[in-house]
Ligand binder design. Structure first.
Ligand code: ANZ
Ligand code: ZN
Length: 877
């Protein structure tokens, strides 16, 4: 016997991988003439070298969908590429003394091998690597277009400075006051930098979220909050004894009669001008202290309020009252106008400030009787508010805004929390910003025909070490140039672009990856766009997805693509966890103490744990060979924890299809999953059973005809046919909704039905029919095995055979009415499918409320089941 009696992935898998490559299985083409298209996209990664199963989860999901859509006859685009610029390459270069380019391309090679081993099929002819001039030339082109449209501009301001990365960060890259990658406390520095005017798109970015029903609500909510639209008014308070006016933004202009003081951001330009000599010293000290604080820290609600009086007064335009002007760090320079009217009666921050500094509090909205709280922020009738008295908030707002407009004091105003996107980075490994600084002409864009501005290869690793300014600034051979306008000596901009620029449009480049005249051909982009299913991590909910939406809208406005939203469907997958050794523990009574504090802290465990707490948390204590006790728990697979199951070794030992089933079956894909040996064993057993179902019946199956009349099937034959079509429906619906785990569960059930049928009925036409449909449904999940089994019967790929069609008739399973008795008396009736097992029928019967009542507190002695008619439950007590 050759290999037919044993499932051996190692013989099967390489063979079919080569075959798919030969037939160009996922080579995308616009004119395959089938009308329907599916663009399946996984977020492209940093090329990080060897991949572990955590990396592979979303690629596997994408592969399942791409293969399935191929079976359904779609033109499929399933591309891959590399987010290849950025700090990881630079850091590795510094650490290992190897150039970022070599490191990057070495990793790409390694990663590709892992992907190939897993049988993941991409159209590699469209591979995109962002660090190549062929790609970043178009970054520069897009940047120049934005400059032309006034969307790329330079501004001097205080920026987030990451002292570890030695570079600035965008606001989105500062999380809780720390650099998103380095974790270092972010400082403020005044620098002149390039910004992209994403704020011009704020309203569209917000409004169009409503057009994305296939995005997780959670992600949309995060984007809405980030854009942070506020509707209110902007209006002026004159400064007493000065010509200056202080403009404020308020969402509650109706509360103006309760404005008892004003607060300026310490950075506000009027501070120096209105501060009185007596207050000068205190004000300056406070301004200097504020500079050290991050915005996040300044906005923390639980912080004790601080501030200093400027010595100046403003006039409240509503009632002519003189009110003191303070500075405080809870007012931010970059939001609204950087100044507020403080209304302690209605705003809690202002309340706390007023209490601390003994400032007046006037309520302008009447709180309900018995109100015990401080600031009252809810709706109610206006009080102490002159001509607004008695009006509720919305009406009062409209009236006061009309009044302000009439008096020329101010007007209605919408504000967004979103800021412009700072894109200059003082690092080497990125796209050079295509701008030239000329002493006579100022800033001059690089002419389109001179693109790309090529990033020079720096030979000496020391050359790329961050020094607080761009490494390129030390290379005259890069920056010295002639001014395209006047021909004089000029300098290139030496900063590089934030790498989020690269990932903001790569999905468009895939539609036409080799275009040398444009970023992509609109006709091709319009064929594929929008992406039908995007799969990636939730960590990109704000940054990447917002920027990609912004770029798509911009490129749409340029007339390059019809779609205004890049991703029609978005799926954020859960992490893959591996069992992780947290290190040795000692047991002191009932308390566990960790001996490796670093690892403990990294896994966010407390210093000590009781045994009970450890058990509850799902951890395990394992005795190691040397007799020591170790604490194990599941944790997200990562290089640094060393808990990743590596793709190469695993696949070489066990097989790709086993890995794929393990990943897909363990949990709903949006949840975290723990990679376990039991999961692997289960996947192996399952695939082995499928293999045997075909191989053990192969001769008979081949000899069997597949002709039968579904309507004429009876009994077990009919039941199998029905089960098959129920499964086709379930698997199809589940794939549509990315419920891979339940789809596989349904296939496992059908496998049981097939085995049972085979034992009782042997091989028949309906059996052959069901087995072949089974192989087709297995194909997206375990493609190698499915292709192998399919080829026993066919000479072309299983992926080119049309997905099984559903016989709706078969779903109309017969039903019967079940009568349920308790001790011979009828206590309920229910409709049951003829396919239901006896066990299921008993469960359904006992779940009927009235039956339940009669069973309560009693002991079931006997159950008598009359098939398709009646269940009598005999009880005692
Ligand atoms: C008076 C007032 C009364 C306010 C009241 C609120 C409630 P959102 O919704 O976040 O846009 N504000 C304005 N500019 C600010 C800045 N630069 N830094 C800190 N706070 C600022 O909030 C807008 C409200 O936040 C504005 O409306 C202003 O306080 C404050 F019962 O004005 B309000
Ligand atoms: Zn010039």
């Amino acid at each position: 016997m050759v290999t037919t009696d044993r499932y051996n992935p190692h013989e099967i898998e390489p063979k079919w991988q080569k075959y798919w490559e030969q037939i160009g299985l996922l080579r995308a083409s616009e004119d395959s003439g089938r009308g329907k298209k599916a663009y399946i996209l996984v977020m492209f990664p940093y090329p990080s070298g060897d991949l572990h199963m955590g990396h592979l989860k979303n690629y596997t999901m994408g592969d399942v969908l791409a293969r399935w859509r191929t079976q359904q006859g779609y033109s499929v685009l399933h591309p891959f590429g590399w987010d290849a610029f950025g700090l990881p390459a630079e850091n590795a270069a510094l650490k290992f003394g190897i150039s970022p380019a070599d490191w990057t391309f070495g990793n790409i090679q390694q990663s590709k091998e892992s992907l190939a081993l897993m049988g993941i099929q991409y159209d590699w002819s469209r591979e995109v690597t962002t660090c190549t001039p062929a790609y970043y030339k178009w970054n520069q082109w897009i940047f120049l277009k934005m400059y032309e449209k006034g969307l790329a501009y330079r501004k001097k301001s205080y920026v987030n400075w990451d002292p570890v990365e030695q570079s600035v960060l965008a606001n989105e890259q500062v999380i809780d006051g720390r650099g998103w990658r380095s974790g270092a406390l972010v400082e403020k520095r005044e620098l002149e930098q390039w910004y992209l005017k994403i704020t011009d798109y704020a309203e569209r970015l917000l409004a169009d979220l409503d057009k994305l029903p296939r995005w997780p609500e959670k992600v949309k909510a995060m984007q809405r909050a980030w854009i942070g639209k506020s509707v209110g008014a902007e209006f002026d308070f004159p400064v007493k004894g000065h010509a200056h006016k202080i403009r404020v933004f308020s969402t509650r202009p109706d509360t103006i009669f309760g404005a008892t003081f004003m607060v300026l951001a310490p950075e506000h330009e009027l501070v120096a001008r209105i501060t009185t000599p007596e207050q000068k010293e205190a004000v300056e000290a406070y301004v200097a202290a504020t500079r050290m604080k991050s915005e996040v820290e300044r906005q923390r609600e639980d912080r004790e309020k601080t501030g200093v009086w400027t010595g100046a007064y403003a006039i409240n335009p509503a009632n002519g009252k003189e009110i003191p002007i303070w500075i405080a760090d809870y007012v931010l320079a970059g939001y609204g106008t950087g100044a507020i009217m403080a209304v302690p009666g209605q705003d809690q921050r202002d309340w706390e400030f007023a209490e601390k500094f003994g400032l007046e509090i006037i309520r302008t909205v009447e709180p309900p009787a018995g109100w015990q709280g401080q600031a009252y922020t809810e709706d109610g009738p206006a009080i102490n508010s002159g001509f607004l008295n008695g009006l509720y908030v919305e009406e009062a707002k409209q009236k006061i805004i009309a009044w302000m407009e009439e008096k020329g004091i101010g007007q209605a105003k919408v504000n967004y929390r979103l800021r412009d996107w700072l894109i200059s980075r003082q690092r080497y490994w990125g796209t050079p910003i295509p701008m030239i600084h000329c002493d006579s002409c100022g800033i001059v864009p690089v002419p389109y025909e001179d693109l790309p501005v090529v990033l020079p290869t720096l030979k000496d690793v020391e050359d790329i070490r961050p020094k607080g300014k761009s490494p390129l600034a030390a290379h005259p051979e890069f920056y010295q140039c002639t001014c395209p306008k006047c021909g004089g000596i000029a300098q290139r901009d030496t900063d590089t672009m934030d790498t989020f620029f690269d990932s903001s449009w790569y999905f468009l480049r895939y539609t036409d990856a080799h275009n040398e005249n444009l970023p992509f051909d609109p006709t091709k982009a319009n064929f594929w766009m929008p992406v039908d299913q995007y799969i990636g991590g939730i960590e990109h909910a704000i940054l990447h997805l917002l920027y990609a939406r912004f770029f798509t809208k911009f490129l749409h406005d340029l007339g390059l693509v019809e779609a205004e939203e890049p991703f029609e469907g978005l799926f954020t997958q859960g992490m893959v966890q591996g069992w992780t050794d947290v290190g040795e523990v000692v047991l002191e009574g009932q308390t566990l103490r960790f001996k490796n504090p670093e690892r403990r802290a990294k896994l966010e465990l407390p210093e000590t744990l009781t045994l009970e707490e450890a058990q509850k948390s799902g951890a395990e204590l394992r005795t190691h060979e040397d007799g020591t006790l170790h604490f194990w728990k599941p944790a997200t697979m990562s290089k640094s924890l060393g808990n990743g199951v590596m793709v190469g070794p695993f696949v070489r030992e066990q097989g790709a299809d086993i890995a794929r089933i393990t990943i897909l079956f363990a949990a709903p894909p949006e949840n975290e999953m723990v990679w376990t040996e039991e999961g692997v064993q289960g996947a192996w057993r399952y695939l082995n059973r499928v293999y045997r179902l075909v191989s053990e019946n192969l001769t008979e199956l081949k000899a069997q005809s597949e002709t039968f009349e579904p309507a004429e099937l009876e009994g077990a034959h009919k039941a199998l046919y029905q089960k098959l079509h129920q499964t086709i429906k379930k698997v199809t619906d589940d794939l549509e909704a990315l419920r891979f785990n339940t789809a596989i569960a349904a296939l496992m059930e059908l496998l049981n039905a097939l085995s049972d049928y085979r034992k009782e009925q042997g091989v028949s036409p309906v059996f052959r029919h069901a087995v072949l449909r089974y192989v087709q449904m297995l194909a997206p999940f375990a493609p190698h095995l499915a292709e192998e089994l399919w080829h026993h019967f066919h000479t072309t790929s299983v992926f080119h055979a049309p997905w099984p069609t559903l016989d709706e008739e078969a779903l109309k399973a017969d039903h019967f009415e079940l009568v349920v008795q308790v001790n011979g008396r009828v206590r309920g009736r229910t409709t049951v499918s003829s396919n239901a097992s006896e066990e299921e029928i008993r469960r359904l019967a006992k779940a009927l409320p009235n039956v339940q009542q009669h069973l309560e507190g009693k002991e079931v002695v006997k159950e008598i089941y009359v098939p398709k008619k009646l269940l009598n439950i005999v009880v005692r007590g």
